[in-house]
Write a protein that binds this ligand. Structure first.
Ligand SMILES: CC(C)(COP(=O)(O)OP(=O)(O)OC[C@H]1O[C@@H](n2cnc3c(N)ncnc32)[C@H](O)[C@@H]1OP(=O)(O)O)[C@@H](O)C(=O)NCCC(=O)NCCS
Length: 188
């Protein structure tokens, strides 16, 4: 288990079943906000759905396939940032992803949380390459908040997965950003 304080307002810890009610409230209060860029939040309809999601994260952590971090802002569950460890010993790569409650935007919560996951990935797990992806429906209809997170963290845009994702019931391009250990070391 882990608890990682970032500052007086923000700490990271493993998601726990007791977070399920707060998680459901975020999805219910932000239905349109979440489902604008992703379809999976539609399936979060009950406390049991959220508990099942939390147990999947905890199982993946126990199997050393993921570092799921619940972002706790001023004592409140704000969302999850996750480092998926895709291959650890040869290609040494992983994927960063996150979701954040609507009312918690604009506070640097995702950026600061992801910085901790990056440090753990490169310094402790010895990964070499991390990437993150976000949806792009058109030049003026993309998850620009995610692009800014990627660029704030020093990630480099490397390509587009054409129709690599689905949101609003339609296929959407996924913009891919990546960060290498050497860039992280020199950028720090
Ligand atoms: C991607 C997303 C989660 C990013 O949220 P965000 O609040 O913009 O990101 P952060 O938590 O890193 O906060 C960064 C913002 O806080 C501000 N900020 C305040 N204090 C800060 C700090 N200490 N460090 C960094 N930024 C800070 C920044 O100016 C920045 O605002 P800007 O992007 O308008 O310049 C959000 O835009 C989003 O997509 N929400 C949709 C639902 C969702 O979670 N989708 C993900 C897949 S389901």
């Amino acid at each position: 288990m882990f608890t990682h304080p970032i500052n007086d307002n923000l700490l990271l810890r493993l998601p726990e079943e007791r977070d399920a009610e707060a998680m459901l409230a975020l999805f219910e209060n932000g239905r349109n906000y979440f489902t604008y860029w992703s379809d999976w939040p539609k399936r979060m309809q009950t406390v049991a759905d959220c508990q099942a999601l939390i147990l999947r994260h905890r199982r993946a952590f126990a199997e050393e396939k993921e570092i799921p971090a619940a972002m706790i802002y001023q004592g409140q569950f704000a969302g999850i940032s996750s480092l998926e460890i895709q291959e650890r010993y040869v290609v040494k790569k992983g994927e960063l992803s996150y979701w954040l409650g609507e009312q918690f935007q604009g506070k640097g919560i995702v950026t600061q949380s992801c910085r901790v996951l990056l440090a753990h990935a490169f310094n402790d797990l010895g990964l070499n390459r991390l990437f993150l992806r976000f949806k792009h429906a058109s030049p003026d209809d993309e998850n620009s908040g995610s692009r800014r997170v990627a660029e704030r963290l020093g990630f480099v845009q490397e390509g587009v997965q054409r129709q690599g994702g689905v949101a609003r019931g339609q296929f959407m391009d996924m913009i891919v950003y990546s960060l290498l250990a050497e860039e992280w070391q020199t950028g720090r």
